[in-house]
Structures are given as structure tokens and as C-alpha cells.
Design a protein around this ligand. Sequence first.
Ligand code: EPU
Length: 428
Amino acid sequence: MEKLMIAGGSPLKGTVRVSGAKNSAVALIPATILAESPVTIEGLPDISDVQILKEIMEELGGTVSISESDITIDPSSMISMPMPNGKVKKLRASYYLMGAMLGRFKKAVIGLPGGCHLGPRPIDQHIKGFEALGAQVTNEQGAIYLRADELRGARIYLDVVSVGATINIMLAAVRAKGKTIIENAAKEPEIIDVATLLTNMGAKIKGAGTDVIRIEGVDHLHGCRHTIIPDRIEAGTYIIIGAAVGDGVLVDNVIPQHLESLIAKLREMGVSIESSDEQVFISSNNSLKPVDIKTLVYPGFPTDLQQPFTSLLTKTNGTSMVTDTIYGARFKHIDELRRMNAAIKVEGRSAIINGPVHLQGAKVKASDLRAGASLVIAGLMADGVTEITGLEHIDRGYSHIVEKLTGLGATIWREKMTEEEYEQINNG
Ligand code: EPU
């Protein structure tokens, strides 16, 4: 087990290239199950979630080959293997195996990961969709059992706008008989990316990226090549780093339109940002104004950037408020930021941040992926050395983070934890 070490306080400068989107990748890989011939996905991020899904594809009988950041999956000899335990429990997005396997095999058994650190994350809307398509769904000892004699298109209204439910229902509906209409669908760019892959495979989908998606089921889906979109949350994290400790940071391979809410907030704070087709340039500014943010579904401010943004807010001149309307308990990073001298209190779904404070290096723990990103940013801002444990959470979603930050001039490295430290973490 390793921990992340950061000697903070120095300005960062240069270019950082964003990888393919994690939250697309974890849906695109299961989507390949639906094809009858090889699918190549170009530009996958080198993260542990992708590695685990690759191994799951092999367990299902698929042939997987990887060449740099491209993956080719031949799903033709896959079988509908039940997966109540094992690797599926390691990542939440294994729920996409339900929609994809239901679509192809008309049955699936998928174990679900337990509680996580963002508060409750139910999947009732996914199940509502599968049932509307004609599947029987039961939950037996923490695994979801799905079975259908036949999938039939249906009109499905989502009671909660959900990225996962929208994609999962699309995955099953492309192989249902007749027309499916998903109403109150989520509009995130990752949904358009998955719909683009499915369309390249021969699916008939209209309206992805709007709140009504229409799908006409087909009998066969075939292989294709697809290039994944850039990761808007990774890009947003580096943009925030540019605002926090940058002395001229260029973020490359980004779709600026995906980050309009973040860019608008940063400009409101006084950060100077220029964007072109695929790049965003952030200039330094040491006198930042406080702002309030409220996370919302896309195109609102993304919940996944709320934690990284909170670290930046510690250096503004005044009081800011961050409210998370998507995950009311996504505040596990706050106690850790307080250890670093931040003045933050949590009230219900909001964090109230008083600035400016000068953060100090400390020993802190990342409890989830974006909490980890928040602590990395704080570590870069802080005086002295910050030690971050829970690095496995960061490695789930940030490809080559040490190399990318080193490229910008940061002093950051991985260090093996001693046995004593490892025990302390696990008992603490
Ligand atoms: N919800 C329900 N019922 C459902 C599904 C969702 O009540 O059946 C609620 C959730 O509890 C939450 C809200 O609806 O309050 C939105 O959840 P959504 O389903 O949209 O989230 P998700 O699909 O499980 C994805 C990302 C998350 C990101 C959220 C919100 C993936 C694999 N994960 O999760 O990403 O926070 O959308 O944008 O795409 C991350 O990258 O760090 C991460 C957690």
C-alpha cells in the first residue's frame, strides 16, 4: 500500500493533458457486451476502475486486447455468467453490467457494492426501468437477479434525474422489441458518449443529451471503433489547480462547453480563464472573491467538482457556501481540510468556508475519489508536507496523477506505507 506525499507551496506552470472520461469508460466497456463482433474504444484512461472492468469482461468469456490507451473487446463468446460476488463489488459502476447483460442474454446476476461515502445511492430508478421493459428483478443477499422472457419497449418516466439509470435503461432498451421512451432523462455528456457508441454499433437512439430519449430496439448490434470523450471532471480538477496554485496552466484535451458552470464560477471569483476548442488556459490571481455554489444535474455545477472546489475556496477573501443537492453527505473531506487549518463548518447539505487561510501540510485520509482530489489540491496549496492515505480511491479516477502534476512542476511522490502506518489506518 502506498501513500501520496506532496511538498506544497510552489507555483505550477505548463501543460497538462486530460485523459478519457472515467464515467464514460465504466459504461462504454459494459456496453460492448451487446455487440456480436469486436469493439475498439480509443483513449481510455489508465485507472483502476478500467482495469477491473477489463478483468470482468475476461471473466465473462470476452477476449480483451489493449494497445496503449485503446482497448478491443471481442464479446462474441461471452456467456451470461452470474456475478453475485468478486470483482463486481469493487466498483459501483458494475451496475451497468445489469443493463448490458439483460439486453444481450435476457438475464443477469450482479452483486452490488455496499454503502459508500457519499450517502445513500439507491438504484430504484434503474430497477423501475428494467421492470417496465418486462424484466423480473429481485434482490437476494445483496445481489440483483434479473430475468426476462422478452424485453419490450416502454415509456419510462424517471422520478429522479439519474445518470446511471438513464444509461442502464438505454443499454437494455436497444435490444428490446419496439420503442422505448425515457422521460426526465439525465443530460450528462457521458450519456451522449454511450449513445454514440451504441449508435455506431447499430442501435437507433434519438435525443441523447436532452431529457427525452427515444430508442427503437434492434435484433443485432455489431462491432465498431469509438473514441471516448475527455474527462470533464479530471479537466475541472486541473483547472481548479490552475486557479489555486497556477502560474499559467494550460489544460489540454478538454471540451470547454462541458465545464461552463465551473468556468463561470471561477470568472466570478476573479480568475482569468481563456478557452479555445480543446484547451483552457488559467492565469494566476492571488486575490480571489468568495462565491456560493450549488451542485445540480448537468449542465449545473457538477457534484464531482464540489470537493475539489472547496479546497480552492479556503483562499478567498471572505465567506463562501457550497451546497450539494445531489449527495447530501459528500463532505468527508471537510474534517481532513480542517486538519490542514481550513475554517469550514458543515450545516446540513452545506459547507461554509471562511477565508483566507493559509493551509498547512498534515497527515490526511482520502475517503473517496473526489475527497482525494480535494486533498491533493489542498496539499499543493499548503506550506510543508502533506501525506495522503487512501490513495487507492484517487487511483480509481485520476490517470497518472503524480506524473501529470510533476510535469507542472509539483513536488509529489508515492511512498510505501510502513506496516505500522497501514495498521493504524485500518484500525482508525
Ligand atoms: N438516485 C436515486 N435512485 C436511483 C438512482 C439515483 O434516488 O435509482 C439519486 C442518487 O442517490 C443521487 C441522484 O439520484 O442523489 C443522482 O444519482 P445518479 O444516478 O445520477 O448518479 P450515478 O449514476 O450513480 C454518476 C457518476 C458519479 C456522479 C453522479 C452525479 C458514474 C459511474 N458515476 O453516478 O460520479 O457523482 O453520476 O453526477 O457515472 C465520481 O465520478 O466521483 C462519481 C461519484
